[in-house]
Each structure stands twice: as C-alpha cells, then as structure tokens.
Design a protein around this ligand. Sequence first.
Ligand code: ADP
Ligand code: MG
Length: 207
Amino acid sequence: MIYGLTNSKGGVGKTTIAVHLAAWLVKKKRSVIFIDADPQSSASQWIKELALPIQLEQIDSPEEIIHRLAKLAGDANDIVIDGPAGLSATTRAIMLRADRVFFPCGPSILDLRAASKAVQLLREAQKTRKGKPEGLLIPNKLQKRGRLSREMMNAAKKLGVDVTAGVCLRQSFADSAGQAKVVWQMGAGALLASLEMQQLMKDMTRG
Ligand SMILES: Nc1ncnc2c1ncn2[C@@H]1O[C@H](COP(=O)(O)OP(=O)(O)O)[C@@H](O)[C@H]1O
Ligand SMILES: [Mg+2]
C-alpha cells in the first residue's frame, strides 16, 4: 500500500500522523519505506531518531516521485509519503501514485474549506486513475470529545470524502517529535494519546 499525507495547509498534522503511521506499520511487522516529500524535511530527523527499521528516502521533486515510486513499491510492503503543504506539483504527484491519501485537517470550517481545495486535486487524480486514490479526511486537534461537531460533519460529508476517527489536541502529540518517540512509546502519561492514535491507525490501514 502507498499512503500519502497531504493537504493545502501546513501545521495540520501531516508529519505527526505520517511518522506514527510508519511506526505503526513496523509494529505490525510490515516492511516500510518512508518518503519525506517535504523540502522542510521535518519528518526525516524524527524517523532517523526513532531507530526503527524504516527505509528513509528524501524525494521532493514531482518527477522523481512519479518515477521512483514505481520501483520502490516493489521493495517494501508499504510506503508512507509525508507531503508538503500546498497544492504543488509534488502534491499532485503523490495523488497520482498513492493508493490512499489522507487529509489531516483542523477542526474549524476554515480548515475544512482549505481541505476542499486538496479534495479537488483528489478528484482530478481519481478521474485519470479510474477512482484511485481513496481519500480520507482526518479531523485533528479537536478540543471536544474527539469528534467533529454536527455542522463540521455535514460540511465534511459535502466534500464527499470519508472521515476517520478524530484526534484531540494533546500535549503528548506535540511532545512526541522532541522526544524522538511515537506516543505509544511514551508511557502512562501519553495513554489517552496512544489509544487515540492507535484507533486512527486502524482506520487508516483498514481493509
Ligand atoms: N493532535 C495534536 N495535538 C497537539 N499538537 C499537535 C497535534 N497534531 C499535531 N500537533 C503539533 O502541531 C504542529 C504541526 O504538526 P505537523 O505534524 O508538523 O503538521 P504538518 O506536517 O501538517 O505541517 C507540530 O508542532 C505538532 O507537534
Ligand atoms: Mg509536515
């Protein structure tokens, strides 16, 4: 499976969720390649410091993503791509190669509107690829009970993408990169974060 984390906005949790997904897949005994496609390469250091068997590749040119992914796909069970913010050619390239694309999104209507631009790119990719990739919205940084308000759910429904389990705004998520860990390695203080992230991982990797 090729998983891509993209969105038009930065700071919505793409890197945090991508790194957790790669670590989760390793925990599930999958061989994993992590592609840091963000020129800011904030995921790369974190992945290196995790010291897990994850092959790290830094590929941020759209041409390279298109060409090298076909080959890399034969080298591992799964590929996780951490995309840049914005609707660049790199984001388009990810949508042309991924099986499943995730849009982490903040819990406001403004965040959803920004995500809708990424969903437009998704539709274009789906047209040329007979329905692929699958798109999933991930509500992140929720402040209440881990769910979107009814209003937000309706707006998400209008976008026509499925919505995964939500993730709350929690200090443990913000601390995880600095501790060079994923939340299920952070002990009892990160229990709620850990349960929440593992539920999200199940939603992301289902079927
Ligand atoms: N659920 C969350 N709770 C608290 N902080 C979060 C959460 N998700 C992400 N963050 C923090 O928000 C910032 C942006 O997240 P990041 O994963 O780097 O987003 P992106 O890759 O989309 O720019 C980081 O400081 C990260 O630690
Ligand atoms: Mg990032």
